[in-house]
Design a protein around this ligand. Sequence first.
Ligand SMILES: [Zn+2]
Length: 107
Amino acid sequence: MQCAWCRRFFDADGCIVRAAPASDLPINHGICYACLDTMLRAEVDRHRRAGDFRAALAAESDRLRTYTRLIHARYVATRRRVTAIHERTRQAVAQSRAIREAGRRAR
Ligand SMILES: [Zn+2]
């Protein structure tokens, strides 16, 4: 997806994947976590300046929940990658052992 605010690209886990293109390509209405955080912080500050601390606290809770979702999504994505690396390592070790065993039998 591409952030409608900053135009950076981000994946399904909310991670920025590369810088925005130089050209003005059409964008969708997604928003990256960095821009969402900026928007939510501005909302917290707006409520604080207005003296509405209850609303400021609610907005800050929303912001922290957003971070919790991001952290969880990144944890799941990282765990998926680590599991894939472990599986490839396991296969490489098994293949190496098979090659070594075949070499021993050939002698
Ligand atoms: Zn953005």
